[in-house]
Design a protein around this ligand. Sequence first.
Ligand code: IPE
Ligand code: IPE
Ligand code: MG
Length: 249
Amino acid sequence: MSTHPATAPIEPQRDLKIPRHLGVIMDGNGRWANQRGLSRSEGHRAGVEAVRRIVGFAIEYGVQCLTLFSFSAENWRRPPDEVRFIFGLLRRFVSSDLEKLHAQNVRIRIIGDRDGLDRGMRGTIDDVESRTAGNSGLNLVIAFNYGAKTEIVSATKAIARKVSAGELRLEEIDESTIDQHLDTSGLPDPDLILRTSGEMRLSNFLLWQSAYAELVFVEENWPEFDESVFVRALKSYTKRDRRFGGIRT
Ligand code: IPE
Ligand code: IPE
Ligand code: MG
């Protein structure tokens, strides 16, 4: 949406369905950079600008929860320099943008395995989460050092511990027990998962939570993400007939 309707390339879509929870697999930073003769780091840097844009669109269009896949448990397989650079970017992003996000009433949550992170990083994460915990606007969830299978293993262990301690009976375990022990506990399941760069896979992102998510794949690389890509994804989502196993009434 633009504040200048006369010159706006995109008209606000009154009939656009807005997902309550949008998950984004931000892929293609490296290819974007490669196509321009730039380093992969430049691609990741440009990716941070796209993060700023999507947070703005999510607020503007009324998405309640936005989960961004920033670093996967499998991304440790990359060269150490690239891993270090991505870690530095996240730290700089949260410290430089924290005040603005806080002023916009954004609540930040970081999901993923914290044990694999250094103390400085864990401190930064605790700080942004506690600073914004009381905010009631957009829930911005950053999946960092996140892998859905590891998340499910951790939840299983936590539940098993409760059973063996006599705090929980085996018969009481149901889907909501699992939900409550995942990193995303308390958040609605994603309605829409968007992946950029033309890849059509989930790469270990929110596997349990996405059981009934709509999937949209776009060709643009993540640094190219803009309002037209966002609106195109929402239009595609709006056309979907979500039946959840039932039939259309
Ligand atoms: C996404 O871009 C960012 C991360 C996975 C951290 P990539 O770095 O995967 O970019 P491509 O897929 O190599 O183009
Ligand atoms: C998925 O992208 C992870 C993130 C976007 C953070 P990858 O680039 O790591 O995924 P694969 O390896 O192509 O499946
Ligand atoms: Mg990739």
